[in-house]
Write a protein that binds this ligand. Sequence first.
Ligand code: FAD
Ligand code: NAD
Length: 404
Amino acid sequence: MNRAKILILGAGYGGLSTAVNLQKKLNANDADITLINKNDYHYESTWLHEAAAGTLSPEDVRYDIKNVINGDKIQFVQAAVTGIDVNARKVTTDKGEHTYDYLVIGLGFEGETFGIEGLDKYALSIANVGAARQIREHIEYQFAMWSQDEVKDDSRLTIVVGGAGFTGIEFLGELGNRIPELCKEFDVPQEKVRVLCVEAAPMVLPGFDPELVDYAVRHLESKGIEFSIGTPVVQATPEGVKIKKGEEEFDFIKAGTVVWAAGVRGNRLIETSGIENMRARVKVDKDMRAPGFPDVFIVGDCALMINEEVNRPYPPTAQIAMQQAETVADNLIALMNNEDTHEFVPKLKGSVCSLGEHDAIGDVMGRKITGTKASIMKKIIDNRALYMIGGAPLVMKKGKFNLL
Ligand code: FAD
Ligand code: NAD
């Protein structure tokens, strides 16, 4: 085996799982592996809506990378990547430069604003732990200010969520439970609070099973959440959002908080890396390599792969990122052994969308589930992701056991 220099960028589901898979399969002398991540912790992106709503503390959604990495096999560098140049085989960070024989890019997702005016500036996005903390604190600030203000502006208590995809719906589910707590804490009458989800498509959770969608909408409406469907957000201002209601018909919703959850793109560093991309995502070869760059693998949300059965890209999910990581690790080892790489074939098990701590909807292995059953399934999935990376000790430390 050639002792190769492997550089992994990002310790999200894709990057960290690649590192963990490599450390399970290689001896310390087989390769020189470096993992670079902005923070010294990994966060469960799939739990960020909970930290953003304030139903889970930011501390609970993250854990130290060093706890799951074997330092004899993998060198961890805490640094922010600032540039990737695949033609020069060079990566720059705020702490220095790195070269590589093989590069794995797993720098994850960013919120997509589609160039809509004002969103970058005036909307918050559930993008990472810091951003989730900011949303939680912003909402608490609005409640505190309303309580304190002599002349009360009720729009402080309006929260607009842009996008009724999985992220938007899961966040609304948490808000449904959090709002009554906030009202109690800040002496706010609950009827003053308005939570409105604005969705461009003609339905909530477009493309998901209509019966399950109906369950989710009824559940959220029972918590006081409103929906405005078929009405895209077209502008954000410091006062709120403008939505399009008809050909020439617009409405303005005054809101103290706007959370943008209307889709994701890849990490912007991809756009200047020299690799062809679409919205910072790379249409990867079947073995997860970047076209034209046989020494570069892309894993997770920065990778784009077409599901030929429906001729659409597979959705960017943690489920797929972790499966890709196994293939990427195996293919790195194959290349080091001068063997052929193999194709990545996703094994889709379904989706579960939480609606707050004890409710959810899911389509798992072709079976529709709702309520407590779905909620327990979601927690099993969450705990499984921990197990895959850090084994039983990590599940015991960070797992979700409040099943009922
Ligand atoms: P990420 O998890 O985004 O990780 C990227 C890593 O790169 C991070 O550690 C980040 O700090 C690091 N990084 C970024 N930029 C730099 C830089 N410049 N320098 C150094 N490091 C950097 N999917 C599911 O399958 N199931 C779910 O239930 C689910 N729930 C979700 C809930 C929410 C609220 C959200 C937002 C997403 C959810 N997803 C879910 C999608 C899932 O989270 C993503 O598909 C997944 O996180 C992608 O993994 P990744 O490794 O590509 O990137
Ligand atoms: P998404 O792309 O799935 O949904 C975005 C929603 O925003 C869509 O319904 C879209 O119609 C809407 N939208 C777009 N532009 C709009 C506009 N101008 N105004 C109003 N609405 C607009 O994005 P997401 O929900 O952030 O999910 C990202 C990825 O993460 C997906 O692959 C999703 O499956 C995955 N995810 C999975 C889970 C889970 O499995 N439980 C949870 C969260 C996210």
